[in-house]
Ligand binder design. Structure first.
Ligand code: EPU
Length: 444
């Protein structure tokens, strides 16, 4: 079921132009937000990654009629006949993002039933207390029935929400609930990730009344009704950063015409500090990278946007493994997001882990090995390492790759990378991979 692996050979310098897909972390929440509307919406630039298919299945379970034109990356969603508000434990385990339907379901039905709380996963405990405690402030009654987590509310009430940490998911969930609450909700210390703003843009088109105040307060005035929308998902800044890092690992030269430099500032800064030359196109769109042949090691610390993204920490660690000198990478967002470090060590990387810091001494050469990826971004890190390593690297954990990226291996191959995907005992019902667009649902 979860078998399959990536095979990576030492590769020549990447060269060429590559276009980005839509952002996974923007599209999943945007699909969830359609629950707030009644009618037919269209999302553009939707990546065909496995997590997107899971979210589609979840909305179908609620009663949505959905057609995904994977060729044109367009998702047609009709939410007229939604009739269910339960998320099974199995679904919750498959994709933690299921928690993002909670706010919209509370707004639409005043109730939600979730089959057990999402457990911890490979990158940390990932609790949902910020979501639940703040829904409670908005008048939601939360209780357990057996293993199920239930939430009921007659009418959501606006509240002043103070987030102890700017959680992306909690910010998004509360904003969605607040769009239909009675009164004006203020979220203090809200997450300001670009994906949150992509969601706000979509909700605003639906008719929501949302303002943002410096430095990080989001103010949502509840409205009675939200309308179906047409909305374009932002390009994936994490895919952009990953492609730049992969190119740098091969000493290559690439151009990403649709990458927005404004959402990658600290990543670009770090690549420049390493000695790589970055050129930005007009209006800050389009990123060109020309690698240095003698990259310097740089240190960095992850944090909420606009700091260095935790989702690029793993690939950046792979890049530091072959840089000249010593770098220190401090992970502050998730408490255990260093599994990939131990896999990189199997490939000859010199890394010491001290609590939430990885101390990396650059080596001349990595060597291919059999390694395992435990989360989406670890797959990318091990691909980056494999491109630079002598010999062949096989990476188990293909399903993580497919969850996060839309056939990224094809883009890498076009740049010259020797990366191939090998499926084993493939089970389409669990990890649907680019299925035919129509699965019993008519086009809307
Ligand atoms: N946290 C709590 N309580 C909560 C919620 C979060 O303690 O109720 C903690 C988390 O445990 C973590 C920190 O707050 O230590 C940040 O978590 P956040 O809620 O911001 O993360 P998330 O919404 O679960 C999204 C992305 C992640 C990305 C993080 C941080 C999506 C679908 N996921 O997760 O993406 O790493 O924000 O930017 O948007 C990935 O794409 O590989 C990925 C993991």
């Amino acid at each position: 079921m979860q078998n399959g692996y990536l095979k990576v050979e030492q590769s020549p310098a990447s060269r060429g132009e590559v276009a980005l897909s839509g952002a996974k972390n923007a599209v999943l929440v945007t699909i969830a937000s359609l629950i707030l509307t009644t009618g037919k919406s269209v999302l553009y630039n939707v990546p065909a990654s496995a997590d997107v298919f899971e979210m589609i299945e979840l909305l179908r379970h609620f009663g949505a009629v959905i057609f995904f034109d994977t060729e044109h990356h367009q998702l047609f969603v009709d939410t007229t006949l939604l009739h269910a508000w339960d998320v099974s434990g199995a679904m919750m385990k498959k994709t933690r993002t299921s928690i993002l339907v909670m706010g919209p379901l509370l707004a639409r039905f005043g109730k939600v039933r979730i089959g057990g709380q999402p457990g911890g996963d490979a990158i940390g405990k990932r609790p949902i207390d910020y979501h639940l405690n703040n829904f409670a402030k908005m008048g939601v009654v939360i209780y357990h029935e057996g293993d199920d987590l239930c939430a009921d509310v007659t009418k959501l009430i606006a509240a002043k929400i103070v987030l102890e940490y700017p959680s992306v998911g909690a910010t998004e969930n509360i904003i969605m609930a607040a769009t239909r609450a009675q009164g004006t909700t203020k979220i203090i210390n809200a997450a300001c990730e670009p994906e949150v703003f992509n969601l706000i843009a979509c909700l605003t088109k639906m008719g929501a009344n949302i303002k943002v105040e410096a430095p990080s307060t989001i103010i949502v005035e509840g409205v009675d009704v939200l309308h179906p929308v047409e909305h374009t998902i932002m390009f994936d800044r994490l895919e952009a950063g990953s492609l730049l890092i992969a190119a740098a690992a091969t000493g290559g030269e690439i151009y990403i015409p649709n990458a927005c430099a404004d959402v990658l500032d600290v990543v670009l800064l770090k690549l420049e500090e390493m000695g790589h030359a970055i050129t930005i196109g007009p209006n800050n769109i389009g990123i060109y990278l020309k690698s240095t042949q003698s990259p310097r090691a740089v240190s960095l610390k992850t944090g909420p946007y606009p700091q260095f993204p935790t989702d690029l920490q793993a690939p950046m660690m792979a890049l530091q493994s072959v840089a000249c000198g010593i770098s220190v990478i401090e992970e502050t967002v998730f408490e255990s997001r260093f599994h990939h470090a131990y896999e990189l060590m199997k490939m000859g990387a010199a890394i010491k882990i001290e609590h939430n810091k990885a101390i990396i001494t650059g080596v001349d050469k990595l060597h291919g090995a059999e390694v395992v990826a435990n989360d989406i971004r670890a797959t990318m890190a091990l691909v980056v390492a494999g491109l630079a390593a002598q010999g062949t690297t096989t990476i188990a954990g293909l399903h993580h790759w497919k969850r996060g990226y839309d056939a990224l291996e094809n883009k890498l191959q076009r740049l010259g990378a020797k990366v191939t995907v090998h499926e084993e005992n493939h089970d389409h019902s669990f990890f649907p991979v680019r299925p035919e667009p129509v699965e019993g649902n008519e086009r809307i």
